[in-house]
Design a protein around this ligand. Structure first.
Ligand code: DCS
Length: 492
């Protein structure tokens, strides 16, 4: 018998046709086709190709440090000492104390003690207990209500927490999860992967992307009458891609709805410090709102936070947490089993999560610089959000709600008939057509609204306002000129 080792002749065992169909069907526009094209253009520029622009600007993703945002000094000082504990040896003290403030050195020592072994060792599957305790203390101080470290899971970004919670929540294809439209596509993608059913509810653009509880109730009842087992409600607050912040009264109504309709509430609060109208619309966590609700002992809530956003922007480090309230004890055990299969979240991400929740305090040697960096970044983000919003609202056929929070604007674009016809000819959605042309003309990569879903017949795109302030005017002018040229071309 002769064995055939000729690879060419053998069909592949695994093919796109026989792979997991849920993965094939999954879509994630934030890093989709346009982002891939942006990388090609970046390579072309690096190789000296002449294009109508000098740089590619990735406004498709909330990834601040990719756009030159500086990391917070204190956080990096502590993690660098944790990564290289040799620097903490007594004989190095004289040198190291010249390079690092004493509170960074002390903090690193404390963290290494808390972690116990090397940070290269697996930790507790839920996250290092002492680091979880620091998260619990932060929540208690933020909300004025206690938090239990045993109800907290440290995670690799909020993403892995959301994925785990959606997995445990869904039983089969009838299991339905209410997601906002527009939504952050982690939710739709994960539900596709799990073979469960997204149940869309719509945010109202005209009223600043507000959420109508009675409309959600109708949606639940309708979905249930058609056989969908609606189990949970996802709320992204502040919103992505829409930037709205919920008010406290509205939140109480949401909790009442969850109680009456028997829904688990998933509160995605990763943008909780990106709040740009704090007097008018301060951030209120759903944990705090829950504690002030008559059904505070029964409503099941999971809330998520991350080190990727805020002024920290440590996206690549993959850290975050979720807190569970009022979940069934048996479900909590199963959740622990799930986490244990992945052994543990990465320890560097856990350390950054603990630093996010225990920054230097007033009076500490690092406080002044920390405070200056944080407020500088915050003010700059706020200025950039207002500036870009004004630019969008000034464009012909464009309207844009302000970002009360988050890192994004989601302008609505009304495209001329001729542009709609051209997009149809190319078999493209009109917003994708517009965003493609913007990228090719300006190097600015944004995401078409269709990647987040939107009300039928409306078209949008999402842009971050993260390009650095010194380049921001050029960035705005590029968009302005592109839009004028586009309208001139298609309005003729
Ligand atoms: N939830 C929301 C609402 C998000 O916007 C993101 C990331 C996440 C969760 C997950 O982030 P981490 O896993 O990093 O914590 N936002 C993506 C986006 O829209 N742009 O950048 C990433």
């Amino acid at each position: 018998m002769t064995l055939n080792y000729d690879n060419e002749a053998l069909p592949k065992v695994l093919t796109v046709e026989n792979m997991n169909p849920h993965i094939r069907e999954m879509e994630y526009a934030v890093r989709g086709r346009l982002a891939i094209r942006a990388e090609e253009l970046r390579d072309a520029l690096a190789q000296g190709e002449k294009l109508p622009f000098k740089t590619v600007v990735s406004c498709n993703i909330g990834n601040p440090q990719q756009l030159n945002q500086k990391p917070i000094t204190f956080f990096r000082q502590v993690v660098s000492l944790c990564e290289n504990p040799d620097l903490l040896a007594p004989e190095k003290e004289a040198i190291v104390s010249q390079l690092y403030p004493i509170d960074a050195i002390e903090r690193a020592r404390q963290i290494l003690k808390d972690v116990g072994a090397s940070i290269g060792a697996y930790s507790h599957s839920q996250g290092v207990p002492a680091l979880r305790k620091s998260v619990a203390d932060f929540i208690a101080e933020r909300d004025g209500h206690p938090a239990d470290p045993n109800s907290i899971y440290l995670t690799q970004g909020a993403s892995s927490g959301v994925q785990n919670i959606l997995s445990i929540l869904t039983q089969n294809e009838k299991s339905g999860i209410l997601i906002p439209i527009p939504q952050y596509p982690l939710y739709s993608a994960t539900l596709t992967l799990l073979g469960a059913t997204p149940v869309p509810y719509y945010l109202d653009e005209e009223t600043g992307w507000s959420l109508d509880v009675e409309e959600i109730r109708q949606t639940v009842r309708e979905a249930r009458s058609k056989g969908t087992d609606v189990r949970a409600l996802v709320i992204i607050n502040p919103g992505n891609p829409t930037g709205q912040c919920l008010d406290a009264l509205n939140m109480q109504d949401v909790l009442t709805l969850c109680h009456q309709e028997r829904l688990v509430l998933l509160a995605d609060e990763v943008y909780q410090t990106n709040i740009y109208e704090p007097e008018q619309r301060p951030f209120v966590s759903f944990k705090k709102a829950l504690k002030e609700h008559p059904q505070h002992d029964t409503i099941e809530l999971v809330s998520f936070h991350s080190i990727s956003k805020g002024m920290i922007g440590e996206c690549g480090r993959r850290g975050g947490y979720f807190e569970c309230c009022n979940l069934d004890k048996g479900v909590m055990d199963q959740l622990y089993k799930m986490a244990s299969v992945s052994l543990c979240p990465n320890v560097s991400g856990q350390i950054m999560t603990s630093l996010m929740v225990t920054p230097p305090k007033q009076g500490d040697p690092s406080y002044e610089l920390y405070h200056k960096e944080m407020t500088g970044l915050y003010e700059s983000l706020r200025r950039r959000s207002k500036k870009l919003e004004a630019v969008f609202n000034d464009l012909e056929g464009v309207t844009c709600q302000p970002a009360m929070g988050s890192m994004y604007l989601f302008p609505r674009i009304r495209l001329p008939e001729k542009a709609l016809a051209r997009a149809a000819e190319l078999n493209q959605k009109p917003d994708a057509f517009y965003c493609d042309l913007m990228l090719e003309a300006t190097g600015v990569c944004v995401v078409p609204g269709s990647g987040f879903a939107q009300k039928d017949g409306t078209w949008h795109f999402r842009s971050t306002f993260l390009p650095p302030e010194e380049l921001f005017d050029d960035f705005c002018n590029g968009i302005r000129k592109f839009h004028q040229d586009f309208m001139n071309e298609y309005n003729k």
